[in-house]
Design a protein around this ligand. Structure first.
Ligand code: G3I
Ligand code: 9MR
Length: 569
């Protein structure tokens, strides 16, 4: 730190370096003109705020701060500054007497175009089995690794036709996260969420240009990117019986190396009910999405989905059990009632066969915010999306009421929260940033169904949260925002010799579990749920990246860009 900066920091000005610094917190990218616009201001003497134009310093908006409210999760007392009525495009800062000005932000009709494209491009950066060339990856070009053309059947996955040690080919797909393994369960929700984004906002994605190798082939780039993973997923199904391997993995995590340096043997491990059902749901979804582009592949995906569904009917309780010689991620789940419901819903939507609607057992299914281990909410979102074309078997009222009830519950939490966000204490889990975004995804569906402005504004708040309106005052998206995650637990970002992390990735986010503390030389700054975040490469429990966290970032950034009206109300 330069001496002048140090003095400013000591005087309480511009102390943007320290985690948990008591500064104004807002979405560092800014806002669409018609969006709700809210900043979180530490409680102090001031009762009002101003928005000033960056550069000229001209005051363009003034308003009263909201009431002082205590946040138990962040351990502070804050007031909200709301300036929705400011709609003129420009660059601004928020000003409160006695406090440092906020970080700069923009009001722009294209505020989230770039971050949305980057969030999707991140999947390209995490492609397995391929080199990334400079034309598409720029400075993040790298050599190929993990070809996965010679993968061993692990003893846990052995079958008569494929005894242990049999070699199969299972290339492509995305690396799951900061590690280099590939897991069907997590691939399921991630791939679905991207396909759902396309189903909901086709016009947005038709105009988006990602500059990936397939760009310009006549298909939207989001479908090109998802295709890379679908091709891999298809190879994870045993053609003999329709069962699906749970994961493709090393026995132990790779070290801090680039993909090309990896040498450990790769295995497919155990067939599970959860993998078969998540696979079935994704293939049924993909079958309808790709039908206009490739009839043959669409048909193949549907029969793959049906074969996996049949296998799951015959093996309804095959839960993942980590073999003794395997130490990588588990994605274990002892309750697959939600996976059954989700797969049934997608098969029903794609085939129109009422038997699948019955199998869904709709009245028994609640709607919940989705995560890799609880996918029942995805069934409701898909049914809501396709409600106009469903057969008479579907209970239309139930579909609307399930989504609306969940959206209302989230909006109630949003109204009561000190930071003005839907996140509650129990939401600060491993990957909490994706909880915020999956909540926003439900709220956007609620808005589409009911046109209630509060749902859109609450979704905006969840998005604002991950881009800076949070206690750590960080944007959790690499490369986006004035103060963003610099040291994600992401092997390429750590090992590529480039200072800046690979852009467009969402860090896991604050959560008080701190399961990695014993592996970290750096200390977490706080045990408070909303401040328990460590921007250090060692912190896999708060600072890893993962495909299931990036997917709702794609969905929500695209959704806000596509749905926000031109005027605030
Ligand atoms: O199920 C319990 C719940 O009953 C309890 O109330 C709650 C309290 O914290 O914990 C719940 O279990 C958590 C579980 O996720 C399900 O949410 C565990 O504490 C938590 O440690 C576990 O974290 C998972 C983590 O792997 C460790 O297994 C994350 O969800 C999951 O996203 C993460 O995934 C890893 C892969 O294994 C490997 N690749 C990277 C990826 C991202 O970090
Ligand atoms: O890098 C691994 C990360 O992808 C996983 O999410 C995490 C939890 O399973 O584990 C990480 O690997 C760590 C291992 O569990 C313990 N030793 C340190 C490893 C990180 O360098």
């Amino acid at each position: 730190m330069r001496p002048t900066l140090l003095l400013l920091a000591l005087a309480g000005f511009g102390a943007h370096g320290a985690a948990g610094a008591d500064d104004i917190k807002l979405n560092q990218l800014g806002f669409l003109p018609g969006a709700a616009k809210v900043a979180v201001v530490p409680d102090g003497a001031a009762r009002d705020f101003a928005v000033v134009e960056q550069g000229s310093g001209k005051v363009v908006f003034t308003g009263a701060l909201g009431p002082a409210t205590r946040s138990a999760d962040a351990g502070d007392t804050v007031r909200l500054a709301s300036f929705a009525a400011l709609t003129a495009p420009g660059k601004y800062r928020l000003r409160v007497a006695g406090q440092a000005d906020s970080l700069p932000f923009e009001i722009s009709p294209s505020a989230y175009q770039a971050v949305s494209a980057a969030a999707l491009k991140a999947f390209y950066f995490n492609r397995a089995s391929t080199a990334l060339d400079a034309q598409h990856a720029g400075i993040y070009a790298r050599a190929a690794g993990h070809p996965d053309t010679q993968v061993l059947i692990h003893a846990s996955a052995a079958s008569p036709a494929r005894p242990a040690g049999t070699v199969i080919s299972s290339p492509k797909g995305w690396y799951d996260a900061g590690d280099y393994n590939k897991y069907i369960v997590n691939s399921g929700i991630s791939t679905y969420t991207l396909l759902a984004a396309y189903e909901d906002f086709p016009a947005f994605f038709q105009q988006q240009k990602l500059n990936i190798p397939e760009s310009g082939n006549g298909r939207p780039d989001i479908l090109n990117e998802v295709w890379w993973n679908l091709e891999w997923m298809l190879t994870m199904q045993d053609p003999e019986d329709g069962g699906v391997y749970h994961k493709l993995t090393n026995l132990r995590f790779d070290g801090n190396i680039m993909p090309a340096q990896a040498t450990q043997p790769r295995y497919v491990v155990q067939k599970t009910t959860a993998a078969a059902l998540d696979f079935a749901a994704v293939m049924a979804t993909a079958s309808r999405v790709y039908a206009p582009f490739d009839q043959a592949m669409s048909a193949r995906m549907l029969s793959a989905a049906q074969a996996a569904w049949r296998w799951a009917q015959q093996h309804p309780r095959q839960f993942y059990q980590q073999p003794k010689d395997v130490a990588t991620g588990e994605y274990g789940d002892q309750d697959v009632s939600d996976e059954f419901a989700w797969a049934a819903a997608e098969l029903y939507i794609t085939t129109g066969n009422d038997d699948f609607y019955k199998a869904l057992r709709a009245p028994e299914q609640a709607a919940t915010v989705a995560s890799w281990g609880d996918v029942r909410g995805l069934a409701w979102l898909s049914l809501a999306r396709h409600r106009k074309t469903l057969s008479a078997a579907a209970d239309q009222q139930l579909i609307v009421s399930r989504v609306d009830t969940l959206a209302r519950k989230l909006a109630d939490g949003w109204k009561q929260s000190a930071y003005g966000i839907p996140m509650q204490t129990s939401d600060f889990v491993w990957g909490s940033n994706a909880v915020a975004l999956n909540q926003a995804m439900v709220l956007l569906h609620g808005y589409r169904l009911t046109n209630q402005r509060a749902y859109l504004d609450a979704a905006q708040a969840g998005f604002d949260y991950v881009l800076g309106r949070n206690a750590t005052e960080m944007s959790f998206v690499t490369g986006y925002g004035a103060r963003s995650t610099q040291h994600p637990h992401h092997r390429p970002s750590e090992a590529d010799g480039i200072a800046a992390p690979v852009p467009g990735f969402l860090a896991g986010g604050p959560q008080p579990g701190q399961q990695d503390q014993q592996h970290c030389s750096a200390r977490y700054p706080s045990k408070l749920p909303a401040r328990s975040y460590l921007d250090h490469e060692c912190s896999y429990a708060s600072n890893e990246i993962a495909i299931n966290w990036n997917a709702p970032l794609v969905y929500v950034s695209a959704g806000l860009q596509a749905l926000t009206p031109a005027r605030p109300n």
